[in-house]
Design a protein around this ligand. Structure first.
Ligand SMILES: C[S@@+](CC[C@H](N)C(=O)[O-])C[C@H]1O[C@@H](n2cnc3c(N)ncnc32)[C@H](O)[C@@H]1O
Length: 215
C-alpha cells in the first residue's frame, strides 16, 4: 500500500511533529472543497467506497489500523477510479493530530467492537472520551452515525447521548424491519454480512454532539 496514491500511513512521530495534511485534506488530498465524511474502523472499506460511489460531491476517508483489510478497499477504489475516497491508516485515538477544528463534516462508525467488559469501556468508540476527541474536529452541524449488531453498544450509546446531553436525531433497533426506509443504511460491510447470517437485528443511531463549550 506504500505505493498507493489513496492511502496515507503517518507514523505517530510524524503526527506529533505536526502532520502535513492536518487542515489540508480538502485542498491537498481531495482537491475540492466538498464535505469530509470519516468511516471509523472501516475494515475493508465497503461503506467508504459504497458511499463515495453514491455521493460524488462528498469526500470519504476510511480509517483503520489494520492494513490488510484496508488494502481491499483502497484497491477497489483505485480500480473504480474514485477520486473522492481515500484511506488513513492510524489509530482512532490519534485523529486529533490528523484533523483541525471543524475539518470533518460527518462520522460513520460501522460495526465497532462493543468491548463488553467493563474494564474495556474506554475503548468503546462512543465512550465520552472518544466523543470529546471527535468534538475537536467535527463540525458542529456534523452527525455521528453508529451502525451495529450489538444491542449492548446500541443501548450504551443511547445512555451516553442522554446522560451527556448530546442530541439524538434518529434511533432504530432493527433497520431491516423498520417502518422508515433509510437509503444510506443499505450498504453492507463484511461484518454486517456475518451478523445478518446469524439473523442478528442491525441497529442504527444518528446524533449530534452538544456544543464544544459544554464538554
Ligand atoms: C469489527 S471490525 C468492523 C470492520 C468494518 N467496519 C466492518 O463493518 O466490516 C472493527 C474494525 O475497527 C478497527 N479498529 C478497532 N479499534 C481501532 C482503533 N482504535 N483505531 C483504528 N482502528 C480500529 C479494527 O482494526 C477493525 O478493522
Amino acid at each position: 500500500m506504500a505505493q498507493y496514491s489513496n492511502v496515507y500511513q503517518p507514523s505517530l512521530e510524524e503526527l506529533k511533529l505536526g502532520y502535513a495534511l492536518q487542515g489540508k485534506w480538502k485542498s491537498k488530498v481531495f482537491k475540492n472543497s466538498n464535505p469530509i465524511v470519516l468511516e471509523l474502523g472501516c475494515g475493508k472499506g465497503e461503506y467508504s467506497v459504497g458511499m463515495a460511489q453514491k455521493y460524488p460531491d462528498k469526500n470519504f476517508l476510511g480509517i483503520d489500523i489494520k492494513g490488510a483489510r484496508m488494502w481491499q478497499g483502497s484497491t477497489k477504489a483505485l480500480n473504480l477510479d474514485l477520486s473522492n475516497v481515500a484511506f488513513l491508516r492510524t489509530r482512532i485515538e490519534f485523529l486529533e493530530y490528523c484533523f483541525t477544528i471543524n475539518e470533518v463534516d460527518e462520522i460513520w462508525i460501522t460495526f465497532p467492537d462493543p468491548h463488553l467488559k467493563k474494564k474495556r469501556a474506554k475503548n468503546r468508540l462512543t465512550h465520552p472520551i472518544f466523543l470529546q476527541r471527535f468534538s475537536r474536529f467535527l463540525n458542529k452541524e456534523g452527525s455521528i452515525h453508529l451502525k451495529t449488531d450489538s444491542q449492548f453498544l446500541h443501548g450504551y450509546t443511547l445512555g451516553i447521548i442522554e446522560g451527556c446531553q448530546h442530541i439524538l436525531e434518529d434511533a432504530e433497533h432493527d433497520i431491516y424491519n423498520a417502518q422508515l426506509y433509510r437509503p444510506n443504511l443499505e450498504i453492507k460491510t463484511h461484518y454486517e454480512k456475518l451478523f445478518l447470517k446469524q439473523s442478528s437485528p442491525i441497529t442504527y443511531l444518528r446524533f449530534k454532539l452538544k456544543p464544544k463549550n459544554q464538554f
